[in-house]
Design a protein around this ligand. Structure first.
Ligand code: SAH
Length: 242
């Protein structure tokens, strides 16, 4: 069944109105007709099965038929990803959404190869998040925060139970050794570096701020691979592949 995101405010009782680009897509690209059913995601864990009742150019009226409610997971993983060049960040955003991260925190660090996010990038990633959620039936879309500096990530993320910085240098103990045996955290922040990696200074700063350096083995992974692998491994270690 076709899926659409809808603002919760666009639902009143059992009536919903889909507007803008989505209405155009539903009516003129997919050519769905009155009487056909779609799924509406309101971004808060609710998924509504709804029947199209009518529509004009950029408005579709729907009647809700049933609603299912999925609670949020009990391991909230946040990804702090240094901004990557080209389309690599798109891949990270898409795959980490599939895996179920709660938020993506883009940031700029010493060896980041781009000076500042291009205009419209955050909006682009938000669109990728919604597309990915529709594709993988994820009713809790992650938030993509505005880009920050490395220092801001260190100083503004102190509320997480566990903060990890992935570092490919031999000095970083293996991920499993660091986290195994810890009580299951409610919230983890994972920090992955840019293509150029972290400076030792940055790792020391992160350590001083309470981050634990962790390694993923002797192979140097692309940042994209490191992000995806770390999230999946944490879910496995903390038994969150439910
Ligand atoms: N400094 C490197 C490569 C950085 S890889 C160089 O230019 O040779 C990009 C990011 O992926 C790193 O900052 C780190 O966060 C993560 N990463 C890659 N391989 C890793 C590994 N084996 N262990 C832990 N983190 C790794």
């Amino acid at each position: 069944m076709r899926r659409f995101f809808i603002e919760p405010e666009a639902i009143q009782g059992d009536q919903a109105v889909l507007g803008g680009g989505d209405a155009h897509h539903l009516l003129h690209v997919l050519r769905l007709k009155s009487g056909e059913e779609v799924e509406l995601f309101s971004g808060d864990g609710l998924v509504h099965r709804a029947r199209i009742e009518g529509g004009d150019r950029d408005r579709v009226q729907l009647r809700l038929l049933s609603t299912s409610d999925t609670p949020p997971g009990n391991l909230a993983i946040h990804l702090a990803q240094a901004m990557l060049k080209g389309k690599k960040m798109d891949l990270v955003v898409q795959k980490c959404t599939e895996l179920g991260v709660v938020a993506i925190h883009p940031y700029l660090s010493t060896h980041t190869k781009i000076a500042a996010p291009e205009p419209g990038k955050i909006e682009r990633w938000q669109r990728i998040i919604l597309e990915s959620c529709k594709q993988c039936n994820q009713p809790w879309p992650p938030t993509c925060l505005p880009a920050r500096s490395f220092d801001q990530i260190l100083s503004q993320t102190g509320t997480h139970d566990l903060r990890l910085i992935c570092w490919e240098q031999a000095a970083a103990p293996p991920l499993r050794h660091v986290v195994e045996g810890l009580a299951k955290p409610a919230s983890i922040l994972v920090m992955i570096g840019p293509e150029g990696g972290f400076s030792s200074d940055e790792v020391n700063q992160a350590r001083a701020a309470g981050f634990l350096p962790v390694g993923l083995g002797r192979r140097v992974l692309r940042a994209e691979t490191a992000a995806i692998a770390t999230i999946a491994l944490l879910q496995y270690i903390f038994d969150d592949l439910l």
